[in-house]
Structure formats: C-alpha cells, structure tokens
Design a protein around this ligand. Structure first.
Ligand code: NAD
Ligand code: INS
Length: 344
C-alpha cells in the first residue's frame, strides 16, 4: 500500500492526544506529521517522544505542513466547520470528531461544500458504529430474526461533565451519539423529539439540567428513548436495548471482572469513554486509515453528521420549549445515496 499516510491532527486535548497516541502506537499505515492547537504547549506535550512532527498554533498552517495527506479533526465542535472547509479546499480526506458541526445551518454548509467537491472526503467520528457490541446488535436487527424493532431504550451516563458543559450539550454533544446510533441501527430517520426534564441531580453543577429524558420518533414508527445523565458520579455507562416484535436484545452491560467476597459481588464499571470505547476508537481510526489509503471513504458520512445536527438542534428546541419538535431534513444530494459507493 506504499508510504505511510501523513496525518495532521487538529486539537491536542483529550481526544486529540488520544488519537495521536493511537496513530503512533496502535494503528498501522499512518503517522502524525503535524499537530495544531492554539495551546502550543499542550500540543507539544501530546507529541512528546514522536519525531518529525510540525507543531503549529493554527489549523491552516498545520494542513500546509510538509507530508500532510489527511486530517483528523479533534478540536471543539464550533471549530469544525472552518477546519472541514480548509481540508476540502485542499482536497484532503478527513476524520472529524462528532459533532460534525453543532448547528444545522453550518452542517448544511458542509454538505454543500463536499457536494461541490463532487466526491466524499470526510468521515464523521461516530465510533459506536465500530463498537463490537453495537455491531452485533446491528447485524441481529438486520437479520430480522426478532422481527421489526419497535423501541430502543438507551442509557448514556457520564461520571461528570466538563466545566463548560451546558444543558444543550447533553443533547447536541452527548445524545448526538444515540441520534447516530439509532439512525444506523434502525435504518430510519428521526422525525420528532421531546425532552423531559426531571428535577436536576443535586450533584450537577448549578443551572445544568441534568439528567434529561429524550424521546425520538422515527419515520418507521419506532420510538427511541434516551436517559442522559452526565454527572451520575458512579460510572460511564452506555446501554441500548432493542425491543422487537419477537424478542429483545440488550448491549452495554459491564463485561469486566466480577469480584465476589464477604457475601457480596462487585463488578468494575468503566469511568470514561476512553476506556469503554477504546477498541471502537482503535477500529474506527484503523478503518479510516485503511479506507483513505485505498482512496475510499467509509463510516458515518457528512450527510449523517448533518442529520445528527438537525435532530440535535430540534432536541435543544424541545428542551427549551418543553414541547414536541418535528425534524425536517433538506433533500439528500445524490452523493450520499448509499448506492453511490465509497470511492473518493
Ligand atoms: N467520540 C467521542 O466519544 C468523543 C469523546 C470526547 C470528545 N469528543 C469530541 O472531540 C472533540 C474534542 O473534544 P475534547 O474532549 O478533546 O476537547 P478538549 O477541550 O480536551 O480539547 C480540545 C483542544 O482543541 C484545541 N483547540 C481549540 N480551538 C482549536 C482550533 N481552532 N484548532 C485546533 N485546536 C483547537 C484546544 O486548545 C484544546 O487543546 C469535540 O468535538 C468532542 O465532541 C468525542
Ligand atoms: O464529548 C463527549 C463524548 O462524545 C462522549 O462519548 C460522551 O459520552 C460525552 O457525553 C460527551 O460529552
């Protein structure tokens, strides 16, 4: 397959640093050649021990560094649009962390920009599509042995939220994963959303509406509910149960060591996404590198990123209004027709 794929990583925070480590130590076929972060010291720390990496304070300078052939965007969501457009202008393939772009207008601009390029360049980092349990559930549902899925019951809990986390982010950052997973698992679009707000946990930061209960309707008549609770304090728990006409299937129960002693059993619970989804991130980035080297784009598309942004935005309106909000997607360009293939 020739030379290693030279990757520029934009953003060297929690995810960016983990992806840099992954590209360096886990994934084959690629190497980090440039990193951009306005916090240059943080970027330098993330590449400590690596050689030949150009560290820049701004994204465009990193994209223009020698050897860059692909881009991994791990900056905060609001910075993604500019980074995606800069990558498209250079014809560079991209893996962009979720959310693709937090607002639907910006997300549509990305759809239009990629459509103008005329070929797919970007994969969106909805890594649950690479999680072994989610994949088993998807193939079970696709196989049809349980009949038509009627409902998905989802749980999304974090130990604690970052300091700047807002009530809207429970929907447009955390639940963006369930939005994508539900669309992917069911092969249906989400058409309406309602958000219920129980009395906030006294352990949540003041003013944060946490937890929330989000209910989606789909164009196939299914219902998807999500308990999202980002300051639960006790563990990182992501579960999904599909209830179908002739059976149910549940994923996400902890499958770690169970210690029984003194008349009680104790099971370990992951404390964050980097542990719970470690293998999924590894598979996602390896699949992106492999597809890029083959000249293909696989995984969640820019259209999936756009759909997720539109649904999440409707969810934030539902949270604010307390009512049911319907979702309207723009017409899907032919570029995103599943029959259009995956070549760049
Ligand atoms: N897939 C997942 O499970 C998952 C998990 C966590 C975060 N994320 C996503 O990853 C992205 C980054 O999140 P994080 O938790 O690493 O955030 P973070 O705050 O830890 O790191 C972000 C970094 O980006 C830098 N930055 C800010 N503006 C930038 C710009 N214009 N160009 C380059 N760098 C810039 C910041 O200085 C910071 O170092 C977000 O989109 C987030 O939603 C995804
Ligand atoms: O950005 C993070 C990330 O996407 C995690 O996977 C999710 O569990 C968190 O809720 C979210 O804040």
């Amino acid at each position: 397959m020739g030379d290693l794929l030279g990757v520029a990583v934009l953003g060297a925070g929690h995810m960016g640093a983990d992806h840099i480590r992954r590209l360096d130590q886990v994934v084959s076929g690629a190497r980090v050649v440039a990193v951009a972060d306005p916090d240059v010291e943080r970027a330098k720390e993330a590449v400590a021990g690596l050689t030949g990496v150009s560290v820049r304070p701004d994204a465009e300078a990193a994209l223009d560094a020698p050897g860059v052939a692909a881009v991994l965007i791990a900056s905060p969501g609001p910075a993604h649009e500019e980074a995606l457009l800069a990558a498209f202008a250079r014809g560079l393939p991209v893996l962009c962390e979720k959310p693709m772009v937090p607002d639907s207008t910006g997300a549509l601009r990305i759809v239009e920009a990629e459509t103008r390029v005329g070929r797919r360049l970007a994969q969106i980092g909805f890594m649950r599509r690479y999680d072994a349990e989610y994949r088993r559930l998807k193939s079970l549902l696709d196989g049809g042995s349980l009949g038509r899925p009627l409902m998905l019951h989802c749980t999304h809990r974090n130990v604690s939220s970052p300091p700047d986390f807002t009530s809207a982010m429970l929907v447009n950052s955390s639940v963006s994963h369930e939005i994508d997973a539900a669309r992917w698992l069911l092969g249906q679009e989400l058409t309406a959303v309602t958000v219920l707000r129980p009395a906030p946990s006294s352990d949540a930061p003041a003013g944060l509406l946490d937890p929330q209960f989000v209910l989606f309707e789909t164009d196939g008549g299914a219902l998807v509910d999500v308990e999202v609770f980002v300051n639960c304090g006790f563990g990182y728990q992501v579960r999904c149960e599909a209830v179908c006409e002739r059976g149910s299937a549940r994923i996400g129960d902890e499958h770690t060591m169970v210690v029984t002693t003194g008349g009680a059993a104790r099971e370990e619970v992951a404390q964050d996404y980097l542990v719970r989804f470690a293998a999924a991130y590894d598979r996602e980035v390896q699949a992106w590198v492999d597809a890029t080297r083959r000249g293909e784009v696989t995984g969640a598309s820019v259209w999936d990123g756009y759909a997720s942004s539109v649904v999440a935005e409707a969810g934030v309106r539902a949270l604010e209004s307390g009512g049911r909000v319907t979702v309207g997607l723009a017409p899907r360009p032919d570029l995103y027709d599943p029959r259009a293939g995956v070549s760049r």
